[in-house]
Design a protein around this ligand. Structure first.
Ligand code: PMP
Length: 296
């Protein structure tokens, strides 16, 4: 359940009870998937609730809106302020935040008028759990960058994610890995992917992937540990031959992969760099224990 009788959401300039929030069934976003959204996490830190990379997330929301020709009436600073007020009104420290810019009544295929801003906050555990994942290579590929702005977090893009994720569940796997239209590894349905080989990390470059904020944070964490991260296109063969692999994402955080298409990684997990990064990510976001290095 995403809300309780006393939960508060933000809708178009006001904080209102979640159960009183209403919108039209003639919304263009509902019919055609044209809307943009974000997913952020707030953590309980020694300095109170802190939203992980809040500025980057709202910058990306505004950029997604720009790419999709959706007007946005708010600045990044205003969005940050609303997000913290929302946490406060719901008395949350650890929460997932879901802002969305969506469109009103309009069944034509042209964007008209203004957008609406909705922000909800609710407790949400790690999307894919805490255990290492058994994945399959999806029969669905990620949308082509020639058909969509794949770097925008557009509501309709997630139909592709849901198809891949549902197929994986139906086949008995935890999640899917999607390839890009050229046949290179792209990522999970809502995650970026890294693999580890001989002490280095590899991750797909921008182009077909979604530009994850957790991906970037993990690259910074790796750099701080002198782990080289190589952005390059790679095939499933390279992924199979890796020492370890992991997903990154706001909802999933950092989660290790145990096997792909039933082929398990051979290296003892606790001896991999992946293990250290997964553990450190948890500590950094919650405790910021290293005073020289803040990830938030
Ligand atoms: N790829 C896709 C397709 C996603 O939907 C997400 C989640 N936003 C990610 C990667 C991870 O991005 P982030 O780390 O910014 O949450």
């Amino acid at each position: 359940m995403y809300y309780k009788p006393n939960s508060t959401v933000f809708l178009n300039g006001s904080f209102i009870k979640a159960q009183d929030a209403k919108f039209s069934l003639y919304s263009q976003t509902l019919h055609y998937g044209i809307g943009v959204f974000e997913g952020l996490r707030s953590y309980r830190t020694k300095d109170g609730a802190r939203i992980f990379k809040v500025k980057e997330h709202f910058e990306r929301l505004i950029n997604s809106a720009r790419l999709m020709n959706i007007p946005c009436d708010y600045t990044v600073d205003e969005l940050i302020q609303i997000a913290y007020l929302l946490l406060d009104r719901n008395d949350f420290e650890e929460a997932y935040l879901r802002p969305m810019l969506f469109l009103g009544e309009n069944l034509s295929l042209k964007i008209t008028g203004h957008s609406n801003l909705f922000i909800a906050a609710f407790p949400w555990g790690k999307l894919l759990g805490d255990k290492r994942l058994d994945l399959c290579i999806s029969s669905y590929v990620r949308p082509s960058a020639k058909a969509f702005h794949v770097e925008a977090k557009t509501n309709g893009h997630y139909v592709n994610s849901i198809l891949a994720s549902t197929e994986a569940t139906q086949l008995g796997y935890d999640e899917a890995i999607l390839l890009d239209p050229q046949g290179y590894v792209a990522g999970g349905s809502a995650t970026n992917v890294f693999f580890e080989k001989d002490g280095k990390f590899y991750t797909p470059p921008y182009g077909s992937i979604f530009p994850g904020i957790t991906r970037k944070a993990v690259m910074e964490m790796a750099a701080a540990r002198d782990i080289e991260v190589i952005e390059k296109s790679f095939t499933t063969e390279e992924l199979y031959k890796a020492d370890a692999a992991f997903f990154t994402g706001t909802a999933a955080e950092v989660v290790a992969i145990r096997s792909i298409n039933k082929v398990p990684y051979q290296k003892e997990y606790e001896r991999t760099l992946t293990y250290g990064i997964e553990k450190d990510f948890k500590n950094f976001v919650r405790n910021s224990y290293d005073s020289n290095y803040t990830i938030i």
